[in-house]
Design a protein around this ligand. Sequence first.
Ligand SMILES: [Zn+2]
Length: 428
Amino acid sequence: MTTNGNHKQERAGVTRPRRLLLCLDGVPFDMVRESRERGLFEGWNAPSHLLSPFPTMTNIALSTMLRATAPLGYESLYFDRTSREIRGGIGKYIGRRTPDKLPSSYMDELDYQEPLPFEFLVYVAPEAVWRADMRRFDEQFRAAPQRRDYFAFLKGTDGLLHIRGAEPLRRALESLDKLLNEIRAWCGAETEIMLFSDHGMTIGEIRRVHLQTHLRRCGYEITDRLNGAKGRRAVAIPAFGLIGYAALFCDEENTVKLAEDLTELEGVDFSIYRDRASAIIVKGAKGSARVHRREEDGRISYRYEQMTNDPLQLAEIVRGLSDEGLLDNEGYASAENWFARTATHIYPDALANLYNALYTERVHHRADLLISLKDGYYYGSSFFAHIVSLKATHGNALRASSTAFMMSTHRTLPEFVRADEAQPLLKG
Ligand SMILES: [Zn+2]
């Protein structure tokens, strides 16, 4: 199935109502549920929990949700595995949005997104950007052909939450609800409106993790370029947005020791890295575990092997699966059973989510080791840290950042949806 413009024209208004698809960057499920309790989005169907993939970042989430091409790296500053050096950065935000600045093909599907300078300004003047963005979206949507689907992305909500916190977002959702009511009255019942977000958000005080300082103390060299010199404990760690994860690149022989050294650092929840060809290791202060994946006749199953203690807090779930006879004699349970039992866990759908973070192409240049920070901590550029103070962030594998939402005026959607299963619901 394709998602190009032709496909769009064939289906909209023929086999299903024409659709307005509106993505609100960074709005967590809980805030949408709360806004409905306050009387907003009246007459809409109940929101689904849409599980955002780790690291919970816009380009990773949207390329997965829309089954588009993977972005080069986790952020615009990234490590290139071929040249073995850090590339990209702030230059992406300067000038026009030329094809080389598009992180993923999902951007080709957008009918509306903010002008390029807003991508940066949204973190300096989020209220002004949100208001301008909503007005521009409204104008452009009304001027567009009314028989075709329309897909818009509003970034202001992410900026509002990061910089101002929950209260301004509540007001923004009120103004959005008003605008969508006007749009509904204007379009009539022939247009379905679908609202969704790319990732959630952890709201509250956030401190910096002293990742580079800690690793230097442990004897590592922090570098922009890995040249493969033997005996050198070099690590590249792109530092960009002020975000709850970090991607580390190093020579393979250093990974195990690196994960061990990271367990002592305040703010680190756990690290993950590849173990041989079909497993990952999860290692943190709370212990270590191996996650195995198996595929037989197209059926996928996972096994959680506790090595020391229970870093993902899944022991009780494993007991439950065992009691119900859902574990085979090697300790594997089906991906569906894990999903059904862990969709609201503090690490939602952890086994599939973390395994796929290292084995599938969520980004083109995958890290050797990924850190998921505890809620309340970030890693990122010290330049950005000087110009903004954070009220919220996302990026880690915990529930608040991982739980986005999806909601329709016309359809009842499943209660829980994995990011890689969202595309047929959004675009089908
Ligand atoms: Zn953000």
